[in-house]
Write a protein that binds this ligand. Structure first.
Ligand code: GUN
Ligand code: ZN
Length: 436
């Protein structure tokens, strides 16, 4: 037994509107397993920890490094694009123009595994720097580049759910699977190689309806049948021009989601990115399937995709997605901040507790990993980040006037800056520490 107690101001999300806070708290971690033993008041845990160590002969250490900082669960990014890690804020007015002008040409560079390694390092390093500990990741069609990403994820410890991209039409030929059959074979190979390897858990990623043949969609449904435990990710109802193009390409479908339904891709495994323009019958079908939503506020703003209707999707599992590179920041908290204010424009008031929940435990539910991460329940993985507000005078002054935990949380979200992330720990191991 080697227990370490991390003292700090602990916020623990429990549900949509439920959050616990302890200003002089601590998280007790079993460093051998990387799991949470318990959390609570720091003084109480010092007494019980010392007693237990004396009785059982194990070691017990108190870590004061984050004592004046806020400790929150590691953030969950439910939608990010690996090949776009070096493609933030690229030109393009809306989705279709941006893809054609900037993204498809940029992603072709991933054919070079050496370049891919620099991109993987940027991606994972930037995620850790932003406090992200789990991420559902869209990949590229190239297997070598995908292997590079997984190798780097193992080194960095990030809980990565990467999907080899499936796309066989509607983009430059160099970016596509050689055929639907080849894409299927490569995805099988990728899954077989990486399933069960450390923190890497493969997912299945089909870019969107416009870049897959009917044969590819059918083969992808077969993949989902063969791997019912894996997540499936694709894009849905992001942009009006995209929706019109889908309607033209699939005239028999009643709506966008119906395309995925028709080919057998609409399941409880499915995580749909964006969902900005949803018809009521699509929402009902999402609820019936228990499918999940990746809400990408920064991306929706950058590409002028529209204002996400959270109220309409309130019954669904929803997580935040940075959607880098359409999203211009890796920070899940920046996305959370934007969601909080944008929802006001819709007349939908979301509390700081709800926003915090979706950035953490709610995101873990989208990844179907809430049994292991998302808060500090005993037995979960000790994934947490330390937010240091001490150098931020405006925030410190505002915090001085905050009297409730709800007010503190609102400030931590609204005045969040990536520089507040002082350390990122995964399974009790420090994976990022800010210099200075
Ligand atoms: N739809 C299809 N591909 C993409 C992509 O790379 N980014 C976004 N935001 N939407 C997409
Ligand atoms: Zn996306």
């Amino acid at each position: 037994m080697h227990h370490q107690l991390y003292l700090g101001r602990v916020f623990n999300p429990l549900g949509e509107e439920r959050v616990e806070y302890c200003a002089d708290g601590g998280i007790l971690v079993d460093q051998a397993t990387g799991k949470v033993v318990t959390w609570g008041r720091g003084d109480d845990l010092i007494i019980s920890g010392t007693e237990a160590a004396e009785k059982n002969g194990g070691s017990f250490q108190v870590n004061h490094a984050y004592k004046e900082m806020y400790l929150i669960p590691g953030l969950v990014d439910t939608h990010i694009h690996y090949p776009q890690a070096n493609l933030l804020a690229r030109p393009g007015y809306d989705l279709m123009e941006w893809l054609e002008k900037s993204i498809f040409p940029g992603e072709i560079r991933m054919r070079d595994p050496e370049y891919a390694r620099t991109v993987a390092t940027t991606l994972l390093g930037s995620m850790l720097e932003a406090g992200t500990t789990s991420a559902l990741i869209y990949g590229v069609t190239y297997l070598e580049a995908m292997n590079v990403l997984c190798e780097e994820a193992l080194v960095k410890g990030v809980r990565a759910y990467p999907g080899k991209m499936l796309m066989d039409q509607g983009a430059p030929p160099e970016l596509l699977d050689a055929s639907a059959g080849q894409g299927y074979e490569d995805a099988q190979k990728f899954i077989a190689n990486w399933q069960g390897q450390g923190n890497v858990q493969p997912s299945i990623a089909l870019r969107f309806a416009l870049t897959s043949s009917e044969e590819q969609m059918r083969l992808t449904a077969k993949l989902l049948d063969e791997h019912p435990g894996l997540l499936f990710q694709t894009h849905l109802n992001e942009n009006e021009r995209e929706i019109a193009a889908v309607a033209a390409q699939f005239p028999r479908s009643t709506n966008y989601l119906n395309v995925y339904e028709y080919y057998g891709l609409h399941r409880s495994q499915s995580v749909y990115g964006h969902c900005v323009h949803m018809k009521d019958d699509e929402v009902r079908s999402m609820e019936a399937a228990d499918a999940a939503v990746a809400y990408c506020p920064c991306s929706n703003l950058y590409l002028a995709s529209g204002l996400f209707n959270w109220e309409q999707l309130a019954k669904l599992r929803v997580g935040f997605g940075s959607d880098v590179g359409a999203g211009y920041t890796y920070s899940v908290l920046e996305n959370a901040k934007l969601a909080l204010v944008l929802q006001k424009l819709r007349g939908y008031q979301v509390s700081p507790a709800k926003i915090f929940y979706h950035a953490t435990l709610g995101g873990a539910k989208v990844l179907r990993n809430e049994a292991n991460v998302g808060n500090f329940t005993t037995g979960k993985e000790a994934d947490f980040i330390a937010l240091d507000t001490s150098g931020d005078f405006a925030l410190e002054a505002a915090l001085d006037g905050a009297t409730t935990s709800e007010e503190i949380l609102l400030l931590l979200i609204m005045l969040h800056q990536r520089s507040h992330v002082k350390a990122t720990l995964i399974a009790g191991e420090q994976r990022y520490a800010a210099v200075g």
